[in-house]
Design a protein around this ligand. Structure first.
Ligand SMILES: Nc1ncnc2c1ncn2[C@@H]1O[C@H](COP(=O)(O)OP(=O)(O)O)[C@@H](O)[C@H]1O
Ligand SMILES: [Mg+2]
Length: 236
């Protein structure tokens, strides 16, 4: 059984359909890269998967369970995590306070172990715990947002353009974290990326969205090798 299975999904805002007939699946320990031009519906797809926009048709199954109509907190409890493109941390709070908010319902003892576990995966946060998030760099903020999600033990992490606005070296560090999520933690990653080449290079599978529909679904390396698609839609 795939970890995530999406069948004939159509979704949008209000009554306006933005993505149509989207079907794909993702397995455990897999990086699925979602690419496509601006406005093609990549962010809307992630929102639909997490229960944040209107679904008109189709279904979202997670470990075989139909979550199409479930609210985001239920999807989170089932193991889905979603990092939005912007505003994914509380700027006026410290790193520690942000992390505490993410797990306000967790017992103290469990929290301590969990926090140690997450910091061993994101050691760059250790020295930043008492800093206000607004004083951090873009890359550090992404790490805080990721840590908040990892505290909840997800089996699928959905990242919406985590490298946008980062310098190339930092962008590559963030992509390395995606690989580590898969290889060290056994977590699947659904990665929406503007930086198509770098993302496809680390991806297992790829999904190309064009005008709200799937234009390519397959091996990430095959999309990189497809000269026409890569040139027309990805500017490669
Ligand atoms: N909250 C919203 N309400 C109405 N339309 C939206 C909203 N968010 C995005 N859209 C529209 O949906 C389309 C796809 O947007 P989006 O999913 O953000 O694309 P991408 O992430 O691929 O750049 C765009 O035409 C955009 O204007
Ligand atoms: Mg987007």
């Amino acid at each position: 059984m795939p970890l995530l299975e999406v069948n004939d999904l159509s979704a949008g805002y209000g009554r306006v359909e933005i993505i149509s007939d989207v079907s794909f699946s993702s397995d455990e320990k897999e990086i699925l890269v979602v690419v496509g031009p601006n406005g093609s519906g990549k962010s809307t797809l992630l929102k639909a998967l997490f229960g944040l926009c209107s679904v008109f048709n189709g279904e979202v199954l997670f470990r075989g369970e139909n979550l199409t109509r479930s609210p985001p907190y239920k999807r989170s409890a089932k193991g889905m995590a979603y990092l939005p493109q912007v505003n994914n941390v509380f700027e006026g709070l410290t790193v520690q306070e942000n992390l505490a908010l993410a797990v306000h319902d967790m017992a103290q003892e469990e929290l301590k172990d969990k926090l140690e576990d997450v910091l061993s995966f994101l050691p760059e946060l250790r020295g930043l715990m008492q800093k206000k998030v607004r004083t951090l760099s873009g890359g550090e903020r992404q790490m805080v947002a990721l840590a908040m999600n990892l505290l909840r033990n997800p089996s699928l992490v959905m990242l919406d353009e985590p490298t946008t606005a980062l310098a190339p070296r930092l962008a590559s560090q963030v992509l390395k974290k995606a690989v580590a999520l898969r290889d060290e933690r056994g977590i699947s990653v659904l990665l929406v990326e503007q930086n198509a080449r770098a993302a496809l290079e680390i991806g297992d599978k790829a999904l190309l969205m064009v005008s709200g529909r799937i234009r390519f679904l397959g091996d990430a390396q095959d999309l990189l090798k497809d000269k026409e698609l890569a040139k027309v839609y990805l500017g490669l």
